[in-house]
Design a protein around this ligand. Structure first.
Ligand SMILES: C[S@@+](CC[C@H](N)C(=O)[O-])C[C@H]1O[C@@H](n2cnc3c(N)ncnc32)[C@H](O)[C@@H]1O
Length: 322
């Protein structure tokens, strides 16, 4: 079983062994609530890079009458990247096609509190005025029951790396479909992970260090790494014209050292079990393996050292009001 303990800060792992699907879902929400303040710092920018990719994916220009859902929003990265795009659209006049309303929704109150703080910070950084601030709303809601929203509401509905953690993912997809506005320019975008390369890297380092150690795993069911799982869940929810493609993002930090530290932080239980010499040896093994796979990337004009992560990106539509 995985190293994850209740203190594991990994943004893409949950804390304890599954019981019923519902209990597993609730466990995931409380785990994410606990790690909310450090979620962005520990994710190595991978989900933010993915969020940016999703915002780039939708047809432009966007409608000023549109309503946007950032579902299972975590710290609100999709919303923040959407705002960055809005700002970039016309930086000279500041007259950007801001949607009519954006909703940042998550089952965890801890995540929503953090999302509020971080989104306000991004708005200040982007120099967005009051008019924009009032257009972004926050709600604590489980994705399986978006009862606050009427059917046929959202033009753009994003669920980034969230649906796989739901207690009932098909119900989540059904709610995404119910609340999606029918039309040719409206879209639901849902992502899951295809490959988290650091799992193999940690396992390789563990093997060199002590090949009797249990393999590092994260408690995401293997099927969620397949294209079929995302596709069939979206179709079961009622979405039409479902297409799933993959894209590569990066778990990246400013230095090799920080990258290795990031991985070490995913292994609190293992590290606690080692004496200081063994910690040092394991760290060296991990550093050596990481060096084989790391890549230099550029993000926001900065040179970073990163590992590739692949995501599945599903898009779906609705054509008739229902
Ligand atoms: C890996 S994070 C992704 C967050 C964000 N979308 C991003 O791209 O960074 C998963 C999020 O899903 C939320 N979540 C898990 N199960 C949920 C559910 N049933 N309903 C609503 N949110 C849920 C968690 O609280 C967490 O914020």
């Amino acid at each position: 079983m995985a190293d994850p303990t209740p203190t594991n800060p990994s943004p893409i792992s949950v804390a304890e062994a599954p019981k019923s699907p519902q209990a597993t879902g609730d466990l995931a929400i409380s785990h994410f609530g606990r790690i909310a303040p450090i979620y962005d710092a520990t994710s190595g920018g991978a989900s933010r890079e993915l969020a940016r990719y999703l915002v780039d994916l939708i047809d432009k220009p966007i409608s000023q009458t549109s309503i946007v859902l950032d579902n299972a929003a975590g710290t609100g990265q999709v919303t923040q990247e959407f705002l960055r795009w809005v700002r970039k659209y016309d930086p000279v006049t500041g007259k950007s096609p801001m949607p009519q309303t954006m909703f940042v929704v998550d089952g965890s109150d801890g995540m929503i509190s953090t999302a509020k703080i971080q989104t306000r910070e991004v708005m200040t950084e982007l120099n967005l005025d009051r008019d924009y601030i009032t257009k972004v709303n926050f709600r604590i809601l489980k994705g399986e029951d978006l009862h606050e929203f009427k059917k046929n509401t959202f033009w753009y509905s994003f669920t980034n790396a969230g649906l796989l953690f739901f207690g009932d993912p098909v119900k989540g997809a059904t709610e995404i479909f119910r609340t999606l506005k029918p039309g040719l320019s409206t879209i639901a975008v849902i992502t899951t992970w295809k490959r988290l390369s650091y799992i193999d890297i940690i396992n390789e380092a563990q093997w060199f260090f002590d090949n009797t150690l249990p393999q590092f795993k994260i408690p995401i069911a293997d099927e969620w790494f397949t294209r079929e799982k995302l596709f069939t869940t979206m179709v079961a929810g009622g979405l039409l014209n479902v297409e799933v493609h993959s894209t590569t993002v990066h778990y990246a930090f400013e230095t090799h050292r920080e990258l290795v530290d990031g991985l070490i932080n995913l292994l609190p239980k293992l590290m606690e079990s080692l004496d200081s010499d063994s910690k040092h040896i394991f760290r060296n093994a991990l550093s050596w393996v990481v060096q084989k796979y790391e890549k230099i990337i550029e993000r926001d004009g900065k040179r970073l050292v990163g590992l590739e992560m692949e995501a599945w990106v599903g898009t779906g539509r609705k054509f008739k009001a229902s």
